[in-house]
Structures are given as structure tokens and as C-alpha cells.
Ligand binder design. Structure first.
Ligand SMILES: Cc1cc2nc3c(=O)[nH]c(=O)nc-3n(C[C@H](O)[C@H](O)[C@H](O)COP(=O)(O)O)c2cc1C
Length: 196
């Protein structure tokens, strides 16, 4: 299968980038073809703008959005890699989602929020987080993110197989980080298509 990894981090030496590469290595080791979208390096503009709205009214798709939609169209699986910021997505990923996975292309809200216009895909979130997992579970953050991203967003995207991999303790020791990198590689190697 073909795997698109979408990375959101401005620092090429970041842990998030290392996670994305480890995941990608795992996917390659399992025989998948891969493609990388490095949103900061590619200078994607995450701002939803008046130009977007006006293009939509004319039934047109801005060139930068078409470019992103074409990469998604080629992919059987999409992986998101971004650091957890304020219990949510950083602005770059949020804007990519807002602008690219648009109404009329990804989903049609008027029919059924859970019926995407897209073919079934596998969707994975690999999210480095500073907090500990027990802390996040106890305070309800883990279930809030599962609800918003797995039940909500990924449903609209038509992801028939959905996984949130929280990489807790990402700012911890090098041993901890190594274990998280291994985990990302295993997730990449274990990817499979949704069962029809
Ligand atoms: C603006 C900002 C907000 C953050 N918010 C959270 C948060 O809500 N929960 C959390 O566990 N970690 C939070 N962190 C910690 C990051 O998730 C952590 O630094 C990151 O995963 C490390 O990966 P990196 O080296 O690739 O940046 C935040 C960090 C920054 C800079």
C-alpha cells in the first residue's frame, strides 16, 4: 500500500521528525511505498482565507490545496505526526486539515457526518507529548482526543481503520525516546488496509 506521512515541525532535528522517519522506515520495511509531506519545509500556508472562500463559491480549488488533495488521493494510509500542543493540534496541522479536507471533497455534512466522500483509508496519529500517559488518562485528555480525532475528524475523512498513538514522555530520557522511536517503527511496519 502507499503511505503518506504528514509531518508538522519546523525543526529538522526535532523528535517529531525522528518519529516520522522511524514510522516511515517501518512502513518501507513492510514493503509499502511511502511519501512525505513536510509542511513547514514546504511552506504550506495553513491560513484559511477569503481567497479560499471565494474560490469555493466559484467551484474552484486553489492550487496549493489541489496539490495536497492529489497526494491524499494517491495514499491508502495517512499518518499525521505532530507534537501535542495545548491538548490539540499545532496550528500548521490544524490549518492543513481545515483547508485540505474540505466539504464537498472529503465529506458532505448534509448527508451523514460519518459517510465520507473519500475511499476507505487507514489513518494514524503519532503524537509526541510531554505529559505522562497516566496523567492524561486520569484528567480525561486521552478520551477527549479520541473523541475529537478518532470518532470525529477521522470519521469525516473516511478512515475506516483509525489509531491514535500518543507518544508520552517525549521530552524524557534518551532511553524513553528510543523506546518511542521503536514504537513508531513498529506502527509503520504493522500498517494494514481497512478490511472491507
Ligand atoms: C506550545 C507548546 C504547547 C505544548 N502543549 C502540551 C500539552 O498540551 N500537553 C503535553 O503533553 N505536552 C505539551 N507540550 C510539550 C510537547 O508536546 C513536547 O515538547 C513535544 O512533543 C516534543 O517533541 P519535539 O521535540 O518534536 O518538539 C507543549 C509544547 C509546546 C512548545
Amino acid at each position: 500500500m502507499h503511505v503518506l506521512t504528514v509531518l508538522d515541525h519546523p525543526d529538522p532535528a526535532s523528535f517529531s521528525k525522528a518519529i516520522a522517519l522511524a514510522f516511515n522506515d517501518g512502513a518501507i520495511s513492510a514493503g509499502h511505498t511511502t511519501e512525505f509531506a513536510d509542511l513547514h519545509a514546504e511552506r504550506f500556508d495553513p491560513r484559511w482565507s477569503l481567497a479560499d472562500i471565494e474560490a469555493d463559491k466559484l467551484g474552484k480549488v486553489p492550487a496549493d490545496i489541489k496539490f495536497e488533495q492529489d497526494r491524499i488521493a494517491r495514499a491508502d494510509a495517512v499518518a499525521f505526526v505532530f507534537p501535542l500542543f495545548w491538548w490539540g493540534m499545532p496550528a500548521m496541522t490544524k490549518g492543513w486539515v481545515d483547508r485540505v479536507w474540505s466539504w464537498g471533497w472529503a465529506y458532505d455534512q448534509l448527508d451523514d457526518p460519518e459517510v465520507s466522500l473519500q475511499r476507505p483509508r487507514t489513518g494514524v496519529l503519532l503524537v509526541p507529548a510531554g505529559a505522562r500517559s497516566d496523567e492524561m488518562d486520569e484528567q480525561g485528555y486521552t478520551s477527549a482526543l479520541e473523541t475529537a480525532w478518532i470518532n470525529g475528524t477521522f470519521g469525516y475523512f473516511g478512515f475506516a481503520k483509525r489509531e491514535l498513538v500518543l507518544l508520552n514522555g517525549a521530552t524524557g530520557s534518551s532511553t524513553r525516546r528510543q523506546a518511542l522511536l521503536e514504537r513508531a517503527k513498529i506502527v509503520g511496519a504493522g500498517l494494514s488496509l481497512p478490511v472491507a
